[in-house]
Design a protein around this ligand. Structure first.
Ligand SMILES: Cc1cc2nc3c(=O)[nH]c(=O)nc-3n(C[C@H](O)[C@H](O)[C@H](O)COP(=O)(O)OP(=O)(O)OC[C@H]3O[C@@H](n4cnc5c(N)ncnc54)[C@H](O)[C@@H]3O)c2cc1C
Length: 455
């Protein structure tokens, strides 16, 4: 058997991994537990220049632009509908990095990513495959699905989201390998690495009345905040509620919980005289157009095991949605991991050669080392923005009400943040034209001098 990757999870991050492998000429199989890879489920996502640049390199911006809406200023209200002043955050980011942030439904994002894959890659992607078990040897991995089928490969990439089975299996294998019994050991991840302080209800409803595609609104106030992004056909709001007690448990919410949530907060204004209850009553789409979830937060300590298993996206880190950064960071994970693997393959003469476990382990560790601090900063930043929007304390309430809407302060914040975003990478083995040309130059040019094919 040649080198083969098993990607677990066909969400946005797993699909970017499929592109990365396909372009590298590396054999792979992708296993997705849902009945179909592209389904009408989940909230809308904002894709920022970090993610847009990668989509551009893959040649996907025309298709993506056709299904997404550009975002400009954010109108901000308090719980009483009082104007808190606009935020120009998206405008500054667009000017600095050369492209408007865009809101897209999860369905349309995954459709753009899936449809653009070559047929031979699509033939390697299987729905209705819920991975339940992983075993490893010195040379390979075997993944077993709940339906009894199994797949053999060289490595597993866990792109299976916040409740990752790959992460659970990795933990179990680490415990078995080292014959240790507790999470005190520094190599063993916590069993429940994410802490939930906020729960959320998201609602999809038609973009109608005075709402216009591209509208962005936020409602802030004690313990609850709302974010609204209007798309071409539908608008999505996310309502974030501070919980009385943080928890590490996974909670599955019922329709009754959802209705109780709307009972508590349905009166809050969201935009143009509409309330949360108006949105809930008008909800549309498969999956009832609404969903209630925990907003887990945290960064997993160890992202790989024994040079055979590695985590990307929400399986490795989970942010609150307030800064729209979770998916974008997952895309950057895939780019960084792919570049490390590309370097490794160059060093052994190409993708047709088989790397050793030690070489793979070194590439995985280099990937995590490159990403770790940025991901921690992103996670902390996102949590702070959620705390500010839900007025968790007098100081953040003051900053939210009186400081954020100050044009000079906001511009300063985003010019500082631009240096970090400009370091965002692109694939170093894929040739592409730079389509994001803003005021701040990217640290890694699209056509880097390192550009070299790996097969
Ligand atoms: C309300 C809300 C708003 C958000 N807004 C934004 C935003 O604006 N911008 C942004 O960047 N991010 C946003 N996020 C975060 C974003 O949704 C996630 O970061 C992103 O979806 C992570 O992608 P992923 O592919 O890693 O994981 P997921 O999207 O969770 O996908 C994992 C996939 O793996 C599959 N899977 C799970 N278990 C198994 C198994 N055992 N076997 C096989 N397959 C399996 C699942 O079915 C799923 O398809 C938001 C999140 C929420 C909740």
């Amino acid at each position: 058997m040649g080198f083969k990757v098993i990607v677990v999870g066909g969400g946005p991050v797993g699909l970017v991994a499929a592109h990365a492998l396909s372009r590298a000429g590396i054999d792979f199989v992708l296993l997705e537990s849902r009945p179909s890879i592209v389904i009408d489920a989940g909230s809308n996502l904002v894709i920022n220049p970090m993610g847009l640049r990668v989509l551009g390199q893959l040649g996907l911006l025309p298709a993506f632009d056709a299904v997404s809406s550009p975002l400009a200023q954010i109108e901000r209200l308090d719980h009483n509908g009082k104007d808190l002043g606009t935020s120009q955050a998206f405008v500054h980011i667009s000017e600095n990095h050369g492209r408007s942030l865009r809101a897209v439904s999860r369905h349309d994002l995954t459709a753009v990513l899936y449809d653009s894959l070559p047929d031979e890659s699509k033939a390697k992607m299987f729905a209705n495959k819920r991975v339940s078990n992983i075993s490893i040897t010195d040379n390979d991995v075997t993944v077993i699905c709940r339906d009894g089928t199994s797949y053999n490969g060289s490595i597993v990439v866990g792109a299976d989201g916040a409740h990752s089975v790959v992460r659970d299996q990795m933990r179990m294998l680490t415990l078995q390998a080292s014959q240790i019994s507790g999470p005190e050991d520094s190599q063993v991840n916590e069993e429940q690495p994410f802490l939930t302080t906020y729960r959320a209800l998201w609602i999809r409803f038609p973009t109608q009345g005075d709402l216009r595609p591209g509208d962005a609104n936020e409602t802030h106030g004690r313990d609850v905040a709302v974010q609204l992004f209007a798309g071409e056909d539908t608008t999505v709001i996310g309502i974030y509620e501070h919980m009385d007690m943080p928890t590490r448990e996974r909670i599955r919410y019922s329709t009754a919980d959802e209705e109780a949530f709307v009972g508590r907060w349905g009166h809050l204004p969201i935009s143009h005289g509409l309330t949360i209850r108006d949105a809930y009553n008008a909800r549309v789409g498969e999956g009832r157009g609404a969903g209630m979830i925990n907003l887990e937060e945290g960064v997993v300590q160890h992202w790989s095991h024994a040079g055979r298993i590695v985590l990307v996206g929400d399986a490795a880190h989970k942010f609150t949605p307030s800064t729209g950064a979770g998916c974008n960071n997952g895309i950057v994970d895939v780019v960084t991991l792919s570049n490390e693997l590309a370097d490794m393959f160059r060093s052994i003469g190409g993708v047709h050669n088989i790397p050793t476990t030690a070489q793979l382990s070194a590439a995985f560790k280099a990937y995590q080392a490159t990403r770790f601090d940025a991901v921690i900063a992103g996670c902390v930043g996102s949590g702070q923005v959620t705390a500010m929007a839900t007025w968790q304390g007098q100081l953040v309430k003051f900053v939210d009400r009186y400081v954020i809407s100050n044009r000079t302060v906001e511009k300063f914040i985003y010019s500082r943040a631009a240096t970090g975003m400009a370091k965002s990478p692109v694939f170093d083995y894929i040739d592409g034209e730079e389509e994001l040309n803003g005021k701040v130059a990217w640290t890694q040019p699209m056509k880097s001098s390192n550009f070299a094919v790996i097969n």
